[in-house]
Design a protein around this ligand. Sequence first.
Ligand code: NAD
Ligand code: DAU
Length: 351
Amino acid sequence: MILVTGGAGFIGSNFVLHWLAGGRGPVVNLDKLTYAGNAENLAAAREDPRHVFVRGDIADGGTVRRLLDAHRPAAVVNFAAESHVDRSIHGPAAFVRTNIVGTYELLEAVRHYWTALPPRERESFRFLHVSSDEVYGSLETHEPAFTEARAYAPNSPYAASKAASDHLVRAYHHTWGLPTLTTNCSNNYGPRQFPEKLIPLVIVNAVHGRSLPVYGDGGNVRDWLYVADHCSALLRVLEAGRPGEVYNIGGSAERTNLQVVHALAGILDELRPDRAPHARLITHVADRPGHDRRYAMDTRKLESGTGWRPVEAFETGLRKTVAWYLDNMDWVGNVTSGEYRKWVDLNYGGR
Ligand code: NAD
Ligand code: DAU
């Protein structure tokens, strides 16, 4: 039995489905169902008695304590967060509340639960905190990739809130010995990513013949990882990670945003030739304030410590992702409610 938070979002739902498909034990899934969380993401687990979904907030300590006491999990995996950088620029408050205060409340509840466990269960218990490469700030073009020893230098309110949560996790290990694991991962892509993020946004806009907005010169670099590879890394860290340690996760697939958008346009040209060339829809728009130029992850610690390797190449992962969205435009229609249209106006209207 594990407790997953934020398991109705993009990575969390992929992780829950991956966990259940592997024939593992039950999962209690605590999710607030914000705009980014959708019960439909877990449709494949609807009939599975091992999956217990609870709508609730990680910042509500009482709810978390009741779930821990009722289900006695052997591990907690914390995905719950506000995750979109642009939204943190328009409104940082929700990021402080969920990512910082929420992680604090979750840690407090888990600390009390863990302290009262019998010795063998205390020993094997794990709190896995899922975090981001953005806590390290931005790399120059020729700098080596981030290692776990890199000093934190978060640049957006989102990154700062994730950095604060990482520091709290570290402190709970250092002060009380809570067996924590922290993972810092690069940009994920794949099925069920909310279409506010670059890759699904470009696919969905292209399908509708809308412009493909590229911030600034499009030269910003991200290190892309297929979501299934992130999930397999998290499992390896849960199984083989050392308590108190931090592990970087990444795909060693650095691409500029323009390269990503052109790659997507090329795949769409093949799959939807009637609309080709999709690249004609590319539009440079005003840059994101404080836009980090480059992220890249050094994953040697994870690979040597757990034996993990990513299996999906960027080109094949991107193709699978485009195919998934083309096959699931109903899902896109369901998750892009009125709130989504308001967001599009807010973020893109003035650019
Ligand atoms: P997401 O926005 O798709 O999903 C977040 C989920 O958390 C949603 O289901 C939402 O309803 C839930 N949630 C939000 N606030 C909550 C609260 N207070 N209590 C309970 N549930 C709450 O995010 P994602 O892309 O799946 O990211 C998951 C985690 O991985 C986040 O912590 C994020 O910082 C981290 N991460 C994401 C990426 C990426 O590329 N997407 C990369 C590295 C790390
Ligand atoms: O690096 C890990 C992080 O990756 C995660 O911690 C975040 O939760 C996740 O959202 C993601 O952050 P990014 O800001 O890198 O992802 P996003 O998809 O928003 O943007 C990717 C790049 O594309 C970034 O350089 C900004 C650019 N971009 C984004 C959008 C939405 C555009 O050029 N146009 C757009 O419309």
